[in-house]
Design a protein around this ligand. Structure first.
Ligand code: 5AD
Ligand code: SF4
Length: 486
């Protein structure tokens, strides 16, 4: 039976690799070269190039990690594909809700048969779900064909772990509980040539009672402004015009640095970088959103007119149980202040229905906030019980039928308001950053500063450029427009 090598249990394996540097990123670059040789041998044996796919689940953080993982695999010599029958398949998992976990188990079911057909293929798992000990136990027991497992803290180590697997044929497991380490200078295979995510912080300290993220992403750690600015400048030099600053709670950025700095101050510094034309960020926690940030957004020419402000619930009682540290009134006052200062802003949100103990009256409070704030869009979720979180141990969990019925009502309201709000710019001329060709022949798609999608006539050559577009028609949640010469 296949052996299991647990890198944490095995302790320090450095001695096993004479000649490999200890410092990063040199160490990983050396492992990439070593893997390259092994992959070349595989190519020669098979008489064709080796392919790799990173299948991504979850949020923007995971999307960014996936770009890093693809960058490493490309450097090792794999041709990157989307096919789950590739020679190397890596699932970058999410565990925020149970259905994210179930999807991964479903995909692993298929992998078992792919691997029977091609025993040489390598199957790997990483990301948030792997930080849960029960998941690792289940994979060890029921999915023994998996070759490599790592978590959220050591994404940069892919080449080292792959090398360990290819040379030992064992199942390699390397899960870290937490880290202060980050390696951001390895190759990245970016999905877009003109926009990029930039991690500004990792982890989360908020411990919302329903949420598993603090347990799987670890404690909050901010990167230094110097590092972030250097990365943004490098991206600008490479032609990136839009950056998305990523963190679980960007509003608390910088508070724990040796030289503390606020998120607003960081934004002002990024604004000074010439080639960067648009700045976005995700995610804001309402409890930490400062007046300084609102003023900075108001005065900025580059920060996009969009704020994602997760509400979660409109009921002050439920918010308290959720440990959100704001109430309905405070949230409404904040939304009103933002709208007053930045009238053209688009507000979006996340909402959970069916949190333990949620009554019909609590749910009505949520609908009330949706009616008052009038979101441009909202991600709505049915509460999912996550083992180990305080909410999972709460009594009076809500029956599925009740949650589903409320979810339907919430979705109807959210969609109706979003459609009305989306139309408010009809007839105006706005700047669009063209992102992709559209499914319709002769059309391209892009985004407004406020993040709304616009379809317009155009060609592939326009991708990555800014175009002035008259917004002719609103179609629910997107516009059809015409480029205008001015
Ligand atoms: N159940 C349902 N939704 C959740 N979210 C986080 N944890 C849960 C959970 N246990 C939602 C929140 C968060 C978004 C990323 O996912 O709304 O803002
Ligand atoms: Fe999913 Fe949260 Fe992990 Fe993102 S941070 S992948 S949402 S569990």
């Amino acid at each position: 039976m296949k052996k299991i090598m647990d890198m944490q249990a095995a302790g320090n394996l450095i001695a096993d690799y004479p000649g490999i540097p200890l410092g990063e990123p040199e160490r990983q670059l050396a492992f990439m070269d070593k893997c390259r040789e092994l992959v070349k041998q595989k190519e020669e044996a098979a008489g064709r190039p080796m392919t790799a796919a990173v299948i991504n689940f979850g949020c923007q953080m995971n999307a960014r990690d996936a770009e890093k993982l693809r960058g490493i695999l490309k450097k090792i010599g794999y041709i990157i594909t989307e096919e789950e029958t590739a020679d190397f398949v890596l699932y970058n998992t999410c565990t925020v809700r149970d259905n994210a976990n179930q999807k991964v188990y479903g995909r692993l079911g298929y992998q078992k048969s792919f691997k029977k057909q091609n025993p040489e293929m390598t199957v790997a798992l990483c990301g948030c779900m792997m930080q849960e000990p029960e998941v690792i136990e289940k994979i060890k027991k029921s999915y023994r064909f998996v070759d490599i497992i790592f978590g959220t803290h050591n994404v940069y180590k892919l080449a080292e772990l792959l090398y360990a697997h290819l040379t030992s044929k064992s199942m390699i497991i390397d899960i870290w509980k937490d880290t202060t380490m980050s390696v951001e200078t390895l190759p990245v295979d970016r999905k877009y040539s003109f926009k990029s995510g930039v991690n500004i912080m990792y982890g989360c300290n908020n411990f919302c009672s329903y949420c598993i993220v603090p347990y799987v992403r670890g404690r909050e750690r901010s990167r230094t402004p110097e590092e972030i600015l250097a990365e943004c400048r490098r991206l600008a030099d490479e032609g990136i015009v839009e950056v998305m600053l990523l963190g679980q709670n960007v509003n608390s950025y910088g508070k724990n640095l040796e030289n503390p700095i606020s998120f607003a101050e960081l934004l002002k510094e990024i604004e000074k970088i010439d080639g960067i034309k648009r700045i976005r960020f995700m995610t804001s926690h309402p409890k930490d959103l400062s007046d300084e940030l609102i003023q900075t957004m108001k005065e900025s020419k580059k920060i996009c007119r969009h704020l994602h402000l997760p509400l979660q619930s409109g009921s002050s009682r439920v918010l308290k149980e959720m440990n959100r540290r704001y109430d309905k009134e405070k949230y409404l006052a904040l939304a009103a202040k933002i709208r007053q200062e930045i009238p053209d802003i688009s507000l979006t949100t996340d909402i959970i229905v069916g949190f333990p103990g949620e009554t019909e009256e609590d749910f009505e409070e949520t609908l009330d906030v949706v009616r008052k704030v009038r979101y441009d869009s909202a991600f709505t979720f049915i509460y999912s019980k996550r083992t180990g979180t305080p909410a999972a141990a709460m009594e009076n969990q809500i029956p599925d039928e009740v949650s589903k019925e409320r979810f339907g009502r919430l979705l109807d309201l959210v969609q109706q308001i979003a459609a009305e709000e989306c139309g408010r710019l009809t007839g105006q001329t706005e700047e669009v950053l063209v992102e992709t060709t559209s499914n319709h022949e002769g059309m391209v798609s892009g985004r407004l500063s406020n993040n709304t999608v616009v379809h317009l006539p155009g060609t592939e050559a326009m991708i990555g450029t800014f175009v002035r577009v008259r917004l002719d028609e609103a179609k629910g949640f997107y516009y059809i427009g015409t480029p205008v010469e001015e």
